[in-house]
Design a protein around this ligand. Structure first.
Ligand SMILES: Nc1ncnc2c1ncn2[C@@H]1O[C@H](COP(=O)(O)OP(=O)(O)OP(=O)(O)O)[C@@H](O)[C@H]1O
Ligand SMILES: N[C@@H](CCO)C(=O)O
Length: 292
C-alpha cells in the first residue's frame, strides 16, 4: 500500500452569472496537496501555508476514513497554493477534492468514483466548484447528472482579484430565502442563452446569458468597486462581468484580442477607488484533479 500521494486540483469559477449553484469551469492554474502518512504523533502536521479557518484538505482526508469505518492515520500535509483564499476561485473545493482523492488512493480506491465525488459535493454544500475541479472543463450539474458544456476557444476568462477577502459563508448569508417568480423565469432564459453563447461564442447571447437575478443583486453590495470595475471592463470590450463564485473576484468574458486591455482596465478601476487588485487572463482547462 502507498504511504504518500500528491493531488493537483484546478481553480474553478462558479456560477458564471445565471448558472447559480449549478455551473462552473476549471481553470489553468491550481493547488497541489501532498499527503504523507506517519507512524504516530499528532493527527495532522501542515507545512507550506497557514489556512485561516478549518483545513478542508484534512477534513476531506479524514472523512474518507470515517465513511469507511477506519481510523484516520496521522498525516503530514504539504500545501503548494496558487489559488487565493476566500476570493471566489474555488480554493475550498481544491482542498476538499484533494483530501478525499488522496485518502481514497491511499486506501486502494475501494469506492466508486461517483460516491467519492458525492461526498466531496456534500462537504462543500454545492457542486459548481467541486464538479469541474474533479472532472475539468465547464460543467453543469443537475442532481446526479453532470453535463460537459462546450466552451468556445475565443471566449477568454479575465479575472480581477481584489486584495480583500469575502468568505462564501458571508456571501451566502445575504441571499434571501425566497425569490420572486419573474426573477426565476429571467434566470431560466438567461442560462439557456449562456449555454448557447458559450458554445457558439456569440457576443449577444453571452451578454444576455451573463445577467443574473438570483444572487448578484444581493451580493454586489458586498464588493466595493463593483460598479466602476464592471463599467471599465465593458468599456474595454468585455461581453459582460459577473461575480466569480461567491466573490469578491470579478470575472469578465472577453475576446482574445481584448483580454489584456480588459484586465488592465479592471485593475485600474479598482485602484481608482483605493483598492489594490491583481488580474489574471486565464483559460478554461480540460484538466481535472490529478493524483500523482
Ligand atoms: N487551500 C485550502 N486548504 C485547506 N482549507 C481551505 C483551503 N481554501 C479554503 N479552505 C477552507 O475553506 C473555508 C471556506 O473558504 P471559502 O469558501 O470562503 O473560499 P473560496 O473557496 O475561495 O470561495 P469560493 O467557494 O467562492 O470559490 C476557509 O475558511 C478554509 O477554512
Ligand atoms: N455557487 C456558490 C459558489 C461559491 O462556493 C455560491 O455562489 O455561493
Amino acid at each position: 500500500m502507498a504511504t504518500e500521494v500528491a493531488v493537483w486540483v484546478p481553480a474553478t469559477t462558479a456560477n458564471l452569472g445565471s448558472g447559480f449553484d449549478c455551473l462552473g469551469a476549471a481553470l489553468d492554474f491550481g493547488n497541489r496537496f501532498h499527503f504523507a502518512l506517519r507512524e504516530g504523533g499528532e493527527p495532522v502536521q501542515v507545512v507550506g501555508a497557514q489556512i485561516g479557518g478549518e483545513n478542508l484538505a484534512y477534513r476531506g482526508f479524514a472523512l474518507m476514513y470515517e465513511r469507511l469505518g477506519q481510523p484516520v492515520p496521522p498525516v503530514t500535509l504539504t500545501l503548494e497554493l496558487n489559488v487565493p483564499l476566500a476570493r471566489g476561485l474555488g480554493s475550498s473545493a481544491t482542498a476538499i477534492v484533494a483530501g478525499l482523492r488522496a485518502a481514497h488512493y491511499l486506501l486502494g480506491n475501494p469506492m466508486p468514483e461517483s460516491q467519492v465525488l458525492a461526498w466531496a459535493v456534500g462537504l462543500e454544500g454545492h457542486p459548481d466548484n467541486v464538479v469541474p475541479a474533479w472532472w475539468g472543463g465547464c460543467r453543469l450539474t443537475c442532481g446526479e447528472r453532470v453535463c460537459l458544456i462546450p466552451w468556445h476557444p475565443e471566449i477568454i476568462p479575465v479575472f480581477a482579484i481584489p486584495e480583500f477577502e469575502l468568505s462564501t459563508a458571508q456571501a451566502r448569508a445575504v441571499l434571501p430565502s425566497q425569490i420572486p417568480y419573474p426573477d426565476a423565469v429571467a434566470n431560466l432564459g438567461a442560462l439557456g442563452c449562456l449555454l448557447q453563447g458559450l458554445r457558439e461564442g456569440s457576443p449577444e447571447l453571452l451578454r444576455t446569458g451573463l445577467r443574473d437575478h438570483l444572487h448578484q443583486p444581493y451580493r454586489r453590495g458586498l464588493i466595493p468597486g463593483y460598479d466602476p470595475v464592471e463599467a471599465a471592463a465593458l468599456a474595454a470590450g468585455a461581453y459582460g462581468v459577473v461575480i466569480s463564485g461567491a466573490g469578491p473576484t470579478l470575472l469578465a468574458l472577453s475576446t482574445p484580442a481584448q483580454a489584456d486591455g480588459v484586465a488592465k482596465a479592471m485593475v485600474q478601476a479598482w485602484q481608482g477607488v483605493g483598492i489594490g487588485a491583481l488580474s489574471r487572463v486565464s483559460r478554461v482547462s480540460d484538466q481535472g484533479a490529478q493524483v500523482a
